[in-house]
Design a protein around this ligand. Structure first.
Ligand code: FAD
Length: 488
């Protein structure tokens, strides 16, 4: 084994997903090692939209305020053409989408992970893994071409869409290619568009423009006339030309600070867990940038997985608690692929008649409050929930009210908010913070990721249900879990 290379959990890949996971595990007291093939920080600006639910998760980790200060809050979602969805009524402390470059998210998550004691080793490319009942063994190559070996109880592949961990597990990545060639450019604009967000398409292609709030704008464009190979460099003239043909103006485009060309796939792995190995983020699912949900979904995968891994490592829950990570997150990933796929396919319509019909259909649909709320809830993440286990209160699995702003949430602790009588009966555990509530309010046990594990309506008496939920999810002291109790 390479020196110092054993850990409770090895996280492969220091992108946003891996960094949030590593920080949470370290905060919960686990020994966590992150292996990253790159050196230094990425200044990639792939993701630029941070949605409300992700901001709620970052608030709990003390990072939301600093992140919001780096970007521009936008109070509506731009679909295409004139179709927008207002976010002002969102039941969240963050009723907006934050436009900010992905590297700010990564910087804040890295600093937090290191502060909590996570170890980062750069320049190691993981090449293979094997596992047995006792643990996993990862092989890698360092910057000098030397072989590295790392052992851990669990490994999480957060190594992006070309995941080596996924390949080593023998998992395929079924799906299809959606866009063969898309241009990305961060540019300065002399004459920015009047709307905060602009999304337009015609026979010439498709253009999306969003502000970063510091004078720079993100342009995403598809030229319907040509689909160059992704390796062909992007020129300012090319971006200007397609923007001019789609918007009728080049927006006074000046310098660029970053450009890229990529093709977009829609793929999802069928299993998020194979024994002691788990997949999260782009390693598990990829889709088009429409809706800006990729990084957001990866961060929410990590927030779902981290406390479960910590509970299993701590002996507070059985290993099969980790199966609930797949059960909860795989359907959410599939839903994100459907929503993003629907948006991009509608946006790419070229024929004027079909586009006009599309615009009427979307205007009609989004004028219905229920449709609007469902779409906003899905894209912002605020409306997502997990299934309630059989026999539990129907609210179980839903997000704590307003993302738990009125509760002392933490990624390493549960919160039990209940009247004094129930608190006194509950077995105390270091991983549970208690809050005394009015007997007229519902009593709740909230998971570290902010979803309800148990609820009792006012006047109810479900102390037994609380004990079952606490045992099921690991809200107990190590060793306190009743023998044979299953996570579900
Ligand atoms: C044009 C575009 C726009 C987008 N816009 C948005 C948006 O607005 N909002 C949004 O939420 N998402 C957006 N996304 C998606 C978002 O960028 C990704 O979903 C996000 O980066 C995924 O994070 P991740 O941590 O899962 O993977 P990555 O960011 O891909 O990180 C993986 C890490 O693993 C490392 N790695 C890979 N292989 C190995 C190995 N074998 N050994 C060690 N290390 C390895 C890599 O170097 C990398 O650091 C966009 C994507 C694109 C392309």
């Amino acid at each position: 084994m390479s020196p110092g290379a054993g850990a409770d959990v090895v996280v492969v890949g220091a992108g946003p997903t891996g960094l949030l996971l590593a920080g949470d595990l370290a905060e919960a007291g686990a020994d966590v090692l992150v292996l990253e093939k790159r050196f230094g920080r990425s200044n990639l600006t792939r993701a630029f939209a941070v949605h409300a639910r992700t901001l709620e998760h970052l608030r709990v980790r003390g990072l939301a305020e600093a992140l919001v200060a780096t970007g521009q809050p936008v109070d509506r979602l731009q679909l295409f053409g004139s179709a927008t969805l207002p976010l002002t009524g969102l039941d969240s402390p963050f009723p907006f989408v934050l436009v900010t470059p992905q590297h700010h998210v990564e910087r804040l998550l890295l600093e937090r992970a290191l502060d909590h004691g996570a170890r980062l080793v750069e320049g190691v490319t993981v090449t293979d893994l094997t596992q047995d009942d006792d643990g996993v063994r990862l092989s890698g190559v360092d910057q000098d071409g030397g072989t590295t070996v790392t052992e851990a109880a669990y490994v999480v592949g957060t190594d992006g869409h070309r995941s080596r961990v996924r390949d080593a597990l023998g998992l395929d990545f079924p799906g299809e290619s959606v866009i063969r060639s898309l241009v990305l450019a961060d540019v300065r604009l002399g004459s920015p568009p009047p709307d905060v967000l602009t999304a337009r398409g015609n026979q010439e292609g498709f253009v999306f423009v969003a502000p970063f709030g510091d004078g720079w704008y993100r342009v995403i464009a598809r030229d319907a006339r040509r689909e160059p190979d992704v390796d062909e460099p992007v020129s300012l003239a090319e971006v200007r030309d397609v923007v001019q043909r789609v918007l009728g103006t080049d927006l006074g485009m000046g310098e660029t600070r970053w450009t890229s060309r990529f093709h977009s796939d829609e793929r999802q792995v069928r299993r998020y867990r194979v024994g002691r190995a788990l997949l999260a983020g782009d390693a598990a699912h990829v889709h088009s940038p429409a809706g800006g949900m990729g990084m957001n979904t990866g961060l929410q995968d990590a927030a779902n997985l981290s406390w479960k891994l910590a509970a299993v490592l701590d002996g507070r829950a059985r290993d099969d608690l980790l199966d609930t990570y797949h059960d909860e997150r795989q359907p959410i990933g599939a839903q994100v692929l459907r929503v993003s796929g629907g948006l991009i396919r509608a946006a790419l319509r070229r024929d004027p008649v079909t586009r006009a019909m599309r615009d009427v259909a979307i205007r009609t649909a989004t004028s219905l409050p229920r449709v609007r709320a469902a779409l906003v809830g899905r894209v912002s993440g605020v409306g997502l929930r997990y299934p309630a286990p059989a026999g539990s209160h129907r609210a179980v699995g839903s997000r704590a009210h307003r993302g738990g702003t009125d509760l002392p949430l933490s990624p390493a602790r549960f919160v039990l908010a209940a009247p004094q009588r129930l608190l006194a009966a509950h077995h105390p555990a270091a991983v549970v913070r208690t809050v005394e509530t009015d007997p007229a309010a519902p009593a709740v046990l909230v998971r570290p990721d902010g979803y309800l594990a148990w609820q009792q309506d006012p006047g109810g008496d479900d102390a037994a249900g609380l004990a079952r939920a606490a045992a099921r999810w690991g809200a107990v002291a190590p060793g306190q879990r009743p023998p044979g109790s299953a996570p579900r």
